[in-house]
Design a protein around this ligand. Structure first.
Ligand SMILES: C[S@@+](CC[C@H](N)C(=O)[O-])C[C@H]1O[C@@H](n2cnc3c(N)ncnc32)[C@H](O)[C@@H]1O
Ligand code: SF4
Length: 406
C-alpha cells in the first residue's frame, strides 16, 4: 500500500507521496481486482494464518477502505477469526487516529507495527519526520486497551545527527513504552536509487564507527531491559512468540523478516510485492502505471519471478538457520539433505575464513557458530552462502544494488 502523505527523506520503501485521495482510491479498486484474480488460482481450504499490510502507509486508507480489502480477501481466501491468526498492519503514528484502532481490531487485526525511527528533535527535523512521543504513546495505550496482541516499533540507526547520547535518550523513551518487538534497522543510504535521500547532508551522517557504536548501544540497552536479540535487526520480549519460536526451533525467516509461520505459501498483492508459492517467487510491477494497466487488462501484474532449484533451496535453508539460530551442525544438515556439508559448501566456508579471523564466526570441526559480535553482522556470514551475491550463479534479472552491511 504505497501511499504516504509526506516524504521521510531517508525512506527506501516503494512509496508514493500524495494527498490525492482519488489516486489512492483508483489503486485500491485495482487491488480488489487483483485479489479476486489471484483467488481463482487457489482453493479455499487453506487457512490464512498470517496477513501483513505493508507500505508505504496502509493507514493512508480509512478503516472502511481497509474493510473492503478484508471483505475481498475473505471472499477469495477465507479469513480466520481464531486466536492462532497473526494479522498485522504498519502504522505511521503521525497520521493514524488512535480511535480507528478499534475498527481495525474489529476487522481482525491483532498486531501493529509503528514507525518511530528516532525521537530526537534534531534528527526528526533532518529527515523531515516530526513525530512526538505523545502521539506514539497515545497509539500504544489505545492499542493495548482494544486488545492488540503485539506492538512493534521500527527504529533506524545511521540517520543524520544521530550520536550515542541522543540515541540513548530515544532508547530510554522506547523502553518506557515497552513494545513487544523492536526492529532496529541499519540506515541503508542509496541516494542514486532513492532520490529523497540526496536531500540530506551526508556530512551529518554518523561514521561507520559511530554506527557500530549505535548498534552496540541498542543491543546492550535492549538486552539489559529483558529483550531477546532474535538476530539481525530484531528484538522481542521473552514471552513474545518470536522469542519462544527461537527456543523451540520453529523460528523461520522469509523476506518479510522473522516469522513463526515458515513453510506457508506467501500470496502477495499490490505494487512491488513478492510472493512465494511452492518453489516459485514472483514479484509484482514496482511502478503504479504498469501495475494499474495489467489489472485493467485482467492480467496478473507480475514483472519477474524465479523458479528455485535444489541448490537455491539448500542455500536458503543454510542462510535461514544461521539467521534464526546462529548455529549450523554440518552432520545434521548433511544427513537431512543427503550431502557432505563441508564438501558441498567448501567455497562458502572458505569465504568465512576472514570473518573467522575477525571474530564473527567460529568454524568448528562439526559446526559453524556465530559469535556475539557476528550476531550483529549476520549478513556478512549469510552472503558467503548466497550464490547470486558471490557471483557463483547469475540471476536472470539485472544485477541489484545492495547497501553496505554496516
Ligand atoms: C513502510 S515503513 C513503516 C510504516 C509507515 N510508513 C511509517 O513510516 O511509520 C517501513 C520501515 O522501513 C524502515 N526504513 C525505511 N527506509 C529505510 C532505510 N533507508 N534504511 C533502513 N530502514 C528504512 C523504517 O524503519 C520504516 O518504519
Ligand atoms: S518511512 Fe513510512 S511514512 Fe515515511 S516515506 Fe517511508 S513509507 Fe512513507
Amino acid at each position: 500500500m504505497p501511499y504516504c502523505r509526506s516524504s521521510c527523506y531517508y525512506c527506501g520503501c516503494n512509496r508514493i507521496i500524495t494527498r490525492n485521495r482519488e489516486r489512492g482510491r483508483a489503486y485500491l479498486d485495482r487491488l480488489l481486482v487483483e485479489i479476486a484474480l489471484q483467488a481463482e488460482l487457489f482453493d479455499r481450504s487453506r487457512p490464512v494464518n498470517q496477513l501483513h499490510f505493508g507500505g508505504g502507509t496502509p493507514t493512508y486508507y480509512t478503516p472502511d477502505e481497509l474493510g473492503e480489502i478484508f471483505a475481498a480477501l475473505d471472499a477469495g481466501f477465507g479469513m480466520q477469526r481464531g486466536p492462532e491468526r497473526d494479522y498485522g498492519i504498519e502504522i505511521d503514528p503521525r497520521t493514524a487516529d488512535p480511535k480507528a484502532l478499534r475498527a481495525l481490531v474489529d476487522l481482525g487485526i491483532n498486531r501493529i507495527s509503528l514507525g518511530v525511527q528516532d525521537f530526537d528533535a534534531k534528527v526528526q527535523q533532518a529527515v523531515n519526520r516530526i513525530q512526538s512521543v505523545e502521539e506514539t504513546e497515545r497509539l500504544v495505550v489505545e492499542a493495548r486497551s482494544v486488545g492488540i496482541r503485539s506492538i512493534n516499533f521500527d527504529l533506524i540507526y545511521g540517520l543524520p545527527h544521530q550520536h550515542v547520547e541522543s540515541f540513548d535518550r530515544t532508547l530510554d523513551t522506547v523502553l518506557t513504552l515497552r513494545p513487544d518487538r523492536i526492529a532496529a534497522y541499519s540506515y541503508a543510504h542509496l541516494p542514486e536509487l532513492f532520490k529523497s535521500q540526496a536531500v540530506m547532508d551526508a556530512a551529518t551522517m554518523p561514521s561507520a564507527d559511530t554506527k557500530m557504536a549505535l548498534l552496540e548501544l541498542t543491543i546492550e540497552r535492549l538486552t539489559a531491559a529483558g529483550y531477546v536479540h532474535i538476530g539481525m535487526d530484531h528484538f522481542a520480549l521473552p514471552e513474545d512468540e518470536l522469542a519462544r519460536a527461537q527456543i523451540d526451533g520453529s523460528l523461520q525467516r522469509n523476506f518479510q523478516g522473522y516469522t513463526t509461520h515458515g513453510g506457508c505459501d506467501l500470496v502477495a498483492f499490490g505494487m512491488s510485492s513478492i510472493g512465494q508459492v511452492g518453489e516459485i517467487y514472483a514479484q509484482n510491477e514496482k511502478h503504479e502505471i504498469p501495475y494499474l494497466h495489467a489489472i485493467d487488462e485482467r492480467r496478473l501484474p507480475i514483472m519477474r519471478g524465479l523458479v528455485t532449484d535444489a541448490d537455491d533451496r539448500l542455500r536458503r535453508e543454510v542462510i535461514g538457520q544461521i539467521m534464526c539460530f546462529g548455529r549450523l551442525d554440518y552432520a545434521a544438515f548433511g544427513a537431512r539433505h543427503g550431502i557432505d556439508f563441508k564438501d558441498y559448501f567448501a567455497a562458502s566456508l572458505a569465504r568465512l575464513e576472514q570473518p573467522e579471523r575477525d571474530g564473527l564466526v567460529e568454524l568448528g570441526a562439526n559446526a559453524l557458530t556465530i559469535t556475539p559480535a557476528g550476531a550483529m553482522l549476520l549478513r556478512i556470514i549469510a552472503i558467503a552462502f548466497d550464490a547470486y551475491l558471490t557471483g557463483d550463479k547469475q540471476a536472470a534479472a539485472a544485477p541489484a544494488k545492495f547497501s553496505r552491511v554496516v
